[in-house]
Design a protein around this ligand. Sequence first.
Ligand code: UD1
Length: 430
Amino acid sequence: MDKFVINGGNKLYGEISVSGAKNAAVSIIPAAVLADEPCVIENLPKIKDVSVILAILESMGAKVTRINGDDSKVEIDPRGITSHKVTCEKLVGDMRASYYLLGALLGKFGKAVVPLPGGCSFCERPIDLHLKAFETLGASVNILPSKIELDSEKLEGKPIYFDVVSVGATMNAMLAAVKVPGKTVIDRAAKEPHVVDLANFLNSMGANIKGAGTDVIKIRGVERLHSCTYSIIPDQIEAGTYMAAVAATGGNVLIKDVIPEHLDSITTKLRDTGTIVEEYDESVRVIRENELKSCNVKTMPHPGFPTDMQPQFVALLATANGRSRVMECVWESRFSYIPQLRKMGADIVDNGNVAHIYGKNRLKGTKVRALDLRAGAAMVIAGLAADGLTEISDIKYIERGYEKIIEKLTSIGADIRRVTYKENVEDDDI
Ligand code: UD1
């Protein structure tokens, strides 16, 4: 087993580059299944979720050629995929986004059999809206204990209305509808940057999707999708995590290879804390010299403040001067990591979907767990800002979503390393 050990207190200085967006990559790779020719995808983040989804495609018969010798640029030839059934339960159960195979296979074959998805389970994560969208297009849905079966005689473009704004359901509806005859209109669509990225990828293959990034997405079904070369957008949440890290430790870091507009809600909140954020064409500079001020944060679908930055901000605000309030409005509950921050001395009271944070200048290092991907990122931020040693176990969650996090943080002055330990000698209270 491995853990991260952080000797906190170093201010961060220098430059850091952001990788391609995880949540775009894990939808665009399954989307390549829909093409009739090979596609090249660039700027893929080298993270566990990408290698898992590529392995799933390979297990289905796709030919994946790693052009750079790693997962950062791949050619996916889907012509060997001849069955609508995904059988590798273990791999599918390793990640949440495997649910995009439902939409992609339904769009390709008119039917799909996919094991139930796994991934981060910080609270219950329903997929009823995805399934309703498939039904609206004409599919029948059969939910079995270990898999979901979709079938159809004939799919047809239809209006789809979501009563809850859902990133996954919006993207799955696009995948399912892109080759379906007629016009599909997705109303109350999610507007996240990765929704737009998926639409841009599909359009590069010859799809006819308009309105991605607005509330209404209009899709005219096309018969075939051709090859393309496509570069994934930078990861908004990875960028935001490093921005919050610099704000928490203090220092001055240029965060490169970003789309600053995607970071607007994060930048706004960081400025509320007294952190300076300078925006350039493809980078942002984060400077924190003075004491952090408290602020209030409410998570919302894009362009609101992203829920995937909520744990990192709670960690940051735990070191701010004064009382902050963080309200989680996307997920029913997403505060299960807070007891881990309390172990580091944070003074936080959470009640339902609101956390009241009574900031204090210093946290103290101790043993904590990464309960999920973003909760793990919050522990890293707290550890970087804390006095003394922080040991973070269960780092497999963090490595699902952050490429080379140790190398990147070390390059800007953090004292963080990966340590292998034997499970039976570790304290069981962590
Ligand atoms: C995606 C992200 C995740 C992020 C979330 C919200 C990926 C792989 N994951 O997850 O990191 O936290 O967006 O930005 O991109 N809901 C339903 N029924 C459904 C689907 C969702 O009620 O069928 C509800 C959820 O309970 C939640 C809300 O809709 O309250 C938003 O969830 P959704 O946007 O679907 O999240 P994911 O796409 O799963």
